[in-house]
Design a protein around this ligand. Sequence first.
Ligand code: LLP
Length: 425
Amino acid sequence: SATTRVTATGDVTIGGVSLTEIAHRFGTPSYVIDETDVRLRCRAYRAALPDAEIAYAAKAFLCRAMADWMRTEGVSLDVCSGGELAVARSAGFPARRIIMHGNAKTPAELRRAVDEGVGRIVVDNVGEINRLAALVPIDRRQKVLVRVTPDIEAGAHPKIRTAGEDQKFGLSVLSGAAGDAVARVLNQPRLELAGLHCHLGSQIDDVEPYERAARILVGEMARIRDTHRVVLPELDLGGGHGIAYLPGTEGLGLERFADAVVTAITERAAGFGLPVPRLIVEPGRAIAGTAGTTLYRVVAVKRGGSRTFVAVDGGMSDNPRPALYGSRYTVRLAGRVSREGPRPFTVVGHHCETGDTIAEDVPLPADLRPGDLVALAATGAYHHSMASTYNLMGRPPVVAVRDGRARLLVRREMEQDLMRRDVGL
Ligand code: LLP
């Protein structure tokens, strides 16, 4: 993250706090989140896209403090469940700055979103249009976006591509399902169609799919104007902005993205004689990802077959991403210097599965031994939020660091917590 430093004694500090001290105070494994990095990312987005609305995708990582950081940075929130909505609201996050997503919003979630006064609800299927309209009080109009799929395949892994024709999200532009949904929304006096939405996929490092999506969506907006005589004010291009997990990689590149997308929208709108719609973007990983570090303690080092395994005290319960998407990471020793050269290690977890790998074939000092601390970089997004209690291991705490101080945001899940939901014999 932005404030990571390595001292002469091999201690790694983030936000001016030593990881050794964090391990001592909060135990391991722990998620460390660099508040400064998160805030700098928010500011970078607001500076690169001054006319756009930046809506952080809460699914990447949410707790009340995070919601408050977004509020104070002038960033909106994209939520995709009643749970995320509840956490945001209990942190005092303004409802009108919340965008409610979901391909299977339950009647209770829709009702809650309307009752709370959520700014926009994203329609993902025609069935929810009538259901939603029926929930809106007679004296109100609920703003909605219609989520469309522009037939674009982008995203680092098939499991995180969301804009093609053969997946569960959105309404197809090609088949006419999107146009049909738009007509239905426009027919509902209690709904106000604010614009179109699409989300291509995740961990995308190329701007071209975004430019293509922008052109297709503006084209749809022109068609909607021609058919229904309404000009939609907003265009939401979702998130998916890739970050660097490994040295030598770059991620999407915010400036490049901003430039390309704003140009595509402006030119296309001018071509159709449309006013330029207000852009909304929903980065999750690109706000929270690099700010996070997972701190583990080495439990065992073992030679097996052709590899040397380092087993740590966490694993697929705090990071399921290697098992799910084949994700790769960088790991480093934290807390001491080693005079030994690097050797390839495979970092594995504590779980009862062979696929419980954290990092395959990473260089670490040859004298790595039990008790050492290791730090896994870029774990701020989709780690805590995807953590489970598999093998009844409690989820790690989240510790925020800033200006030399560490602050607990989410405490460790203890045995009593795990037992609490088990109602007994
Ligand atoms: N907007 C919508 C509607 C989304 O569905 C998502 C992510 C985002 C924004 C934010 O995407 P981001 O900027 O964070 O890429 N668990 C996977 C990622 C799943 C993303 C799902 N939707 C992973 O660990 O890579």
